[in-house]
Write a protein that binds this ligand. Sequence first.
Ligand code: GLY
Length: 354
Amino acid sequence: MTTIIAGKGSSKYQIHIKGKKFSKAIFNKDIGKNNKVLIITDSGVPKKHIRKIKDIISCKKINVLTLNQGEKSKSFASFQKIMNMLFAMNFDRSDSLIALGGGVVGDITGFCAATYLRGINYIQVPTTLLAQVDSSVGGKTAINVPQGKNLIGSFYNPKFVLISTDFLKTLPQEQYESGLGEVIKYAFIGNKKLKKIIEDNSKKITERNEKILKTIIEESIKTKSKIVTKDEKENGIRAILNFGHTFGHAIEAHHGYKKITHGAAITMGMVIAAKVSFFEGHIKDQQLENIISVIKSLGLKADHKKYKYSDLRKYMKIDKKVSNGQLNLILIDKNFNAFKTSNFNNKNIIKALN
Ligand code: GLY
């Protein structure tokens, strides 16, 4: 087992990366025999994963709430349902929520934990690659509202994160590739070791080799935990985690957040951001080609031809990185370090997209 620490002071937490076997001890530290547990999961999570977690926890009462799979469950209605269940179970501050699933389950469970009795413990057990390398680490919790995605939420760290490569064996291919998009992102924003590992092991990665999975998850989390520990509330450096996201979110919004996975959209977003970096003179053409070839080597799509500037412009205007009316972009330099800038020529975005 590998353990990585994230967070500061009293909100410090451990991220355990494991293979198939878990020990009771992992949960016993935070869940006592007199405590209650509510596992929040969704209809896409195989029942055997739920049983596996249920079976190793010894406590007074353990219930499971299964939400419908998909972004629609990150709603006020689900929030209310979970709250009602916590009241019905008579949850107190010594009891725990467990998020067993992907980003949707993690975000809503974390938000319920942050707000019930002004804060109770929660544990992240992410079952998708995307949640393992991104959303389960960093304490972002939220629900969606008609006005937009993730607009109500808080920063609230889990008690610990338990990642198992075993969950990835049952993950649909599209979801696996979506997670790989985020893994590649860490390679392009500064983790040179990860970039080399991906370049040398693309076949093993596409075959979901367990050893290589552990390595790429570990490297991804090392980068993410370092950044979120430095800048918990996204006032500075954390913004670089959004490399490719301005264009990627615009692609997702263009599709109404349907028909394309988050990772597929941000992978194309990274190609567009790399092209803007190139036209701005920050990287050379070999680096741009290198980025595209790393993406393609994992079987991911780099071709963004079908998205025109006119399709994406309106969504870019409402990007969270707009401040004082000015769009900020995350670009990269010749050493594969990412930086946030408002100093770019809009013509280069148009050129990158056309
Ligand atoms: N997914 C980006 C972040 O956690 O800041």
